[in-house]
Design a binder for this molecule. Structure first.
Ligand SMILES: [Zn+2]
Length: 147
């Protein structure tokens, strides 16, 4: 396997958050987003810019991980909705966001990247994710490792 990296890229230099699982081609991190506990990212290990740059096989591999994370967000974090996105406008290194959304979170129903609702903070169900963080991370690592 050839390893592509870019010395100016933060996702090539650093894991990008609390590392939950590292596979040969990708890693899963627990992002530390203040208004979004449980915000997950799947980061491709190689410095690849676009999803379409991956081979068919790697696209499938990555989407299967995203689906696992989505199910985890819905079933284990008890989110009302999952939001799945890849942007890469700020850091053009392929990664997917999987975000647990709650109807009473700070932005719902808008995307998490806009301006928060007035007085928007953590909902009680989001606080539960923080309380259960260690248990959730253990469970997720097990889920991913059991592939
Ligand atoms: Zn990179």
């Amino acid at each position: 396997m050839t390893t592509q990296s870019n010395s100016n890229c933060p996702l090539c230099k650093d894991s990008g958050g609390d590392l939950i699982y590292k596979a040969n081609k990708y890693r899963v991190i627990w992002a530390d987003e203040a208004l979004y506990p449980g915000f997950l990212r799947v980061i491709w290990n190689d410095h690849v810019r676009e999803f379409s740059d991956l081979s068919d096989e790697d696209q499938t591999l990555l989407m299967k991980v995203v689906v696992k994370l989505e199910r985890f967000v819905l079933n284990d974090m008890q989110a009302d909705k999952s939001n799945v996105a890849t942007l890469g406008n700020v850091v053009p290194h392929l990664h997917w966001h999987v975000i647990p959304r709650f109807t009473d979170d700070a932005h719902f129903p808008a995307p998490v990247w806009g301006a928060a609702k007035q007085g928007g903070g953590l909902s009680s169900r989001q606080k539960l994710i923080l309380t259960d963080k260690d248990m959730l991370i253990q469970r997720l690592a097990k889920l991913l490792g059991g592939n």
